[in-house]
Design a protein around this ligand. Sequence first.
Ligand code: NSP
Length: 225
Amino acid sequence: MEGCNKEMLMIQKWLNQHNELYTSATRHPFTLSIRDGSVDLSAFKRWLGQDYIFVRAFVPFVASLLLKAWKESDDDSDIEVILGGMAALNDEVSWFKREASKWSVSLSSTVPQKTNLEYCRFLESLMSPEVDYTVAVTAFWAIEAVYQESYAHCLSDGSKTPEELKETCQRWGNDGFGQYCHTLQNIANRRLEKSPEDIISKAEATVMRVLEYEVEFWNMSRGET
Ligand SMILES: Cc1ncc(CN)c(N)n1
């Protein structure tokens, strides 16, 4: 348990060290505007169309992670957790289609923005067999955790989230998704604990890059990029 605590401190340490960036990703003006009810619905629709494109690229990333877990993981239950994430993504793709139709967003004519293309390209770079499982699973945790923290905040005490956006917030802000992110964090911490310094540094740099991309992704909702 001692090692576990030490590694809990590792991700915690990164989050403390890079708190400003983490907060920029998880308390972005876009999600804060959902929380306070002032959200511009055209920004929400822009986010919806772009995120559908991102999620489609996220599926092969998770598939590559599954392959890495199968080859490299020291714990069989990792595969089940990642497979659960994959099943949730299957639901997510269907949800995006329903939600887009509800908001009259045409997914087939949504053009990926530069930031989205770059983020998807970054995901693709993480799919390479050269990228260590520890680095990829830590990135996976960070990607999921930003949405979980951001949308859970839109549902927490004092929020004025519009009724028609509550389902979106529930999708990532629900307790089950929170538990899943916690499990991913535990997997990442367990792996980091056993990793040499160079892998730990790569994982840290990758998490920072994920956080930067997440901020830029939310920025896209403004329609400026
Ligand atoms: C950009 C982004 N980051 C994270 C998630 C959560 N799967 C998402 N749907 N889109």
